[in-house]
Design a protein. Structure first.
Length: 117
């Protein structure tokens, strides 16, 4: 069993920054991908950013140029630096991870990010 624990959410004004962290623990054999999804009220869950163990990254178009994902394979930790935040970034941000055929098999409980205008 793998547990993912997020931290770093909060309330920030538009234009501000936040840094999210997610640490994986438990029976970790290998994690090929870690990333962040978000879900706002009344909207579908969307992938915000992902990073593979090889360092390849992928971003949603809405956050390109503003968010940066990074990871520490040795610590099984992933970070999301969020700059120039907008009210539409308000959501619960969920950490996810996986490997092999279980690509997004592990999920955290989420951390709330609220951006005020």
């Amino acid at each position: 069993q793998v547990q993912l624990v997020e931290s770093g959410g909060g309330l920030v004004q538009a234009g501000g920054s936040l840094r999210l962290s997610c640490a994986a623990s438990g029976r970790i054999f290998r994690l090929d991908v870690m990333g962040w999804y978000r879900q706002a009220p009344g909207k579908q869950r969307e992938l915000v950013a992902a990073i593979t163990s090889g360092g390849n990254t992928n971003y949603a178009d809405s956050v390109k140029g503003r968010f940066t994902i990074s990871g520490d394979n040795a610590k099984n930790t992933v970070y999301l630096q969020m700059n120039s935040l907008k009210p539409e970034d308000t959501a619960v941000y969920l950490c996810a991870a996986g490997s092999g055929t279980n690509w997004w098999g592990y999920w955290g409980r989420g951390t709330q990010v609220t951006v005020s205008s």
